[in-house]
Design a protein around this ligand. Structure first.
Ligand code: FAD
Length: 494
């Protein structure tokens, strides 16, 4: 049994949870914009990076370009679609350049947090993973950057007969370091970004791979280079300018595509399928395996840099099966069509489990918090929960674009509270809002991948008007967020 070691908890103005891309970004903005605030970052892993440290499967890479997945304040100089290590290095450089290391406490797993209105502070309890000790911190403001899924375990559906399979079943989120797939027959269940990444990375070594999907995914592809960045660099334009110009260009182009996908989905679908057809050279394959049922951008588009997945298919090293699983067998997988896919290794690239607020138990004045019963305030704070912001990035634009915007908002907010001479702010339902009908965090027609459908009921609710909504559209929110009225009647200061 671990013991509580600190008699008096250390106090910080701000406590940041998590040292992923959101937490490191939060620390940067706080240090730069509110230099007088004391802060600490608590991270359960022994390193920074979050998602990019958790996932170690072959080829692990981004599906967004790093000009927009990177921060606005630090130029990205590598190829647009990057593997995990360069992303970790990039974040490591931010930590080094900003001297953030002294603020980050690794191997601290937060196990509970409670707000006291009497003390006007949060008490955060953490387990120190190397010693097993329990430590406590207090903070005036909590900045939750814990991500949105369970880092400990991925999502694997239960299929009949799984226990009879003689081979190895692997979920990409927990990749066994010693997995030997040389000359093995591998079936990958799923066709999202993870499958599209690990298949080309493994195909040459395996005897054969099959991508097994229940239904197809939209892919888009292109060379893994940015023409504009190359041109600007050839002109010796400073990297800061290149970063900003290329970001703006990518965002402008993406906006046009998103608008077109909403207004004329058939045009976007035609273009996406045309590119795949050119790559795989067969209309039949495109019809059968690459024509999804949903609208583009209802789920993230999986990007295939340099068409490597399609090359793996045309080389014959990879085939695709679009069918439902009847059961696992001793030798592999039996499909509903009656076909059996033989395998030595089955990789379940079936996604992750949504885990709001890192699964950390919260209390406010001794009452446990059920997040699903609270309304979001501008997609950052929660009704009735004082002094707490949680980062949920964009889903159709790079996540990090919202990390920077929220960074500015929180710093503006903290300065505003200081100017007002107040120390507590609570988003509060007032007037007719008290009886507002709760709506889901995100609408199905807006964004509907499996993890969101499975976990939606755990997320906070939206109302039908601002400020009780999570705006998923970067292009409107980037202009709105700097203008949000910090003194509107829904923000109660005390
Ligand atoms: C394989 C993969 C690829 C992706 N690619 C992209 C992409 O290309 N573009 C894009 O926009 N999005 C992408 N995403 C989504 C991606 O997760 C986010 O964009 C981003 O990395 C999230 O960063 P984060 O810092 O908010 O959260 P995370 O990366 O999840 O980091 C959260 C951190 O908080 C820590 N933490 C959690 N709970 C606790 C606790 N109780 N105590 C202490 N610490 C805790 C975790 O250990 C972790 O380090 C991808 C996701 C996956 C899984």
């Amino acid at each position: 049994m671990s013991a509580s070691t600190s008699a008096k908890p250390e106090h910080f103005d701000v406590l940041i949870v998590g040292a992923g891309i959101s937490g490191v970004g939060a620390a940067h903005h706080l240090q730069e914009q509110c230099p007088n605030k004391s802060f600490v970052v608590l991270e359960l892993k022994d390193t920074h990076g979050g998602t990019w440290a958790t996932h170690t499967y072959p080829g692990i890479r981004s599906d967004s370009d790093l000009y927009t997945f990177g921060y606005r304040f630090k130029p990205w100089t590598g190829v647009p679609i990057a593997e995990a290590q360069p992303i970790l290095d990039y974040m490591g450089e931010v930590i080094e350049e900003d001297h953030l290391d002294k603020h980050i406490r690794y191997k601290h797993e937060i196990t509970g947090t409670s707000w006291s209105s009497d003390d006007k502070a949060w008490t955060v309890t953490a387990k120190q993973l190397d010693t097993g000790d329990t430590v406590q911190f207090t903070c005036s403001f909590l900045w939750m950057c814990q991500g949105y899924y369970d880092h400990k375990k991925g999502y694997t559906p239960e299929w009949k007969g799984m226990d009879t399979f003689k081979g190895t079943i692997v979920h990409p989120q927990i990749w066994p370091e010693d997995l030997d797939y040389k000359d093995k027959r591998v079936v990958v269940i799923g066709s999202g970004a993870t499958a599209a990444t690990l298949i080309p990375a493994m195909a040459d070594d395996c005897e054969h791979m099959i991508m097994l999907q229940r239904s197809p995914t939209y892919f888009w592809t292109g060379e893994n280079r940015n023409e504009m960045a190359d041109k600007l660099r050839s002109l010796d334009v400073p990297e800061e300018w290149t970063h900003e110009i290329v970001r703006r260009n990518i965002l402008a182009e993406a906006k046009d595509i998103q608008n077109l996908a909403a207004s004329h989905p058939e045009m976007v679908i035609e273009e996406l399928l045309k590119v795949v057809r050119e790559k795989v050279g067969s209309d039949e394959i495109v019809q059968k395996h690459f024509t999804p049922k949903y609208r583009p951008w209802q789920q993230r588009l999986a990007y295939v840099p340099d068409g490597d997945l399609f090359d793996a298919v045309t080389s014959g090293k990879v085939s695709i099966a679009t069918d439902n699983i009847e059961s696992f067998t001793k030798e592999g997988i039996l499909l509903q069509s009656g076909e059996e896919l033989k395998a030595d290794i089955i990789i379940t690239a079936t996604g992750f489990n949504l885990l709001p607020f890192g699964g950390i138990p919260f209390e406010v004045d001794g009452e446990p918090v059920d997040f699903a019963k609270h309304f979001t305030h501008r997609g950052m704070m929660l009704s009735g929960i004082p002094n707490m912001v949680s980062v949920f990035g964009y889903l159709r634009t790079s996540w990090t674009m919202r990390v920077d915007l929220i960074g500015d908002y929180v710093c503006r907010f903290l300065k505003h509270m200081d100017e007002k001479g107040t120390s507590v702010c609570t988003p509060t339902l007032v007037g007719d809002d008290v009886n507002m009908e709760p709506l889901p965090w995100i609408k199905d027609e807006d964004f509907n991948p499996g993890y969101m459908k499975r976990g939606l009921q755990m997320l906070p609710k939206c109302g039908d008007h601002a400020p009780w909504i999570y705006n998923t559209d970067y292009y409107s929110e980037k202009d709105q967020m700097p203008e949000y009225d910090l003194d509107d009647k829904t923000m109660v200061y005390s």
